[in-house]
Design a protein around this ligand. Sequence first.
Ligand code: AVI
Length: 321
Amino acid sequence: MKNESQITFQSAFAEDTYKGLSSYPKFLYSKYIYDEKGDKLFQQIMDMPEYYLTSCEFDILEMNAPEIADSFQHPEGVDLIELGAGDGKKTKVLLKELLKKEYDFQYLPVDISQHALDDLQQSLKKELPAVKVKPQQGTYFKTLEKLSEYNSRKKVILVLGSNIGNLSHKEAVNFLKNIQTAMSKEDMLFMGFDQKKDPQVILNAYNDESGITAAFNKNLLERINRELEANFDLDAFRHWETYDPETGTAKSFLVSETAQTVRIKSLELEVKFDKWESIHTEISQKYDDHIVQWLADNAGLVIENDFHDVANCYKNYIFRR
Ligand code: AVI
């Protein structure tokens, strides 16, 4: 077996997989769940009754659409930039309201996947043909940087779905700092944060009985099998979820139910698992006002307003620099 420095990796996925599975404790990055199959499974997760995040944020947007749209508005027009737009189901609530009020705006969804952007553009053409859509294919920050260079109109940056929750606090501060750097004084950041709540409700959201979240988590192993020629036996791993009510961190693991050795041919790697050894795969951070305030302070942002659902399950905050 070669050591890490002797291998030329074909991709960042290959390199990160090598690093994560050669470490102790073992880990994999959740961003790699999202290939074509992972995207489909995430769509199914968002439709599950246990995954309350989608309906809570949808309710907040529906209940407060007029006030939110008013806060976005600017006499010279607005660029609505969404980082990680997905199917745009929730954003469409705001787009509809902006159209209704006849505000001057254009919608710039940003995504790494051209396929996701094409689907979104098609559905907008059908459902809201009056919206001016300018899809931006690329990474979030390179695109934001580019948009702030040529752009003098007010920018409203949208990050929905508590996507920030998949980052550690340190990564989240960096993420917010990068956005802050791209913002001018009149720009706004509108962002969703899932809130701390009954720990059982959180555990159920990430450990549904139908097994969709387990399949989503195991898609990491399937993807390694498919793309890196490995022989993971998916049935030999158990999806396991924990939630720490003190830190607000939900963690996903894959736990090896037997002592086993997995071969990853394209990495020339043999990975040994002890019985009950774990791979940490994802964090889904839950927040309260103190944590969000701390993140804002550290990123040089100010909280201007917030909106919550009736049960206080979820909050959307408006930040300025
Ligand atoms: C995308 N992200 C905010 C989801 C979450 O809630 O952490 C991903 C997810 N993982 C399991 N279920 C949903």
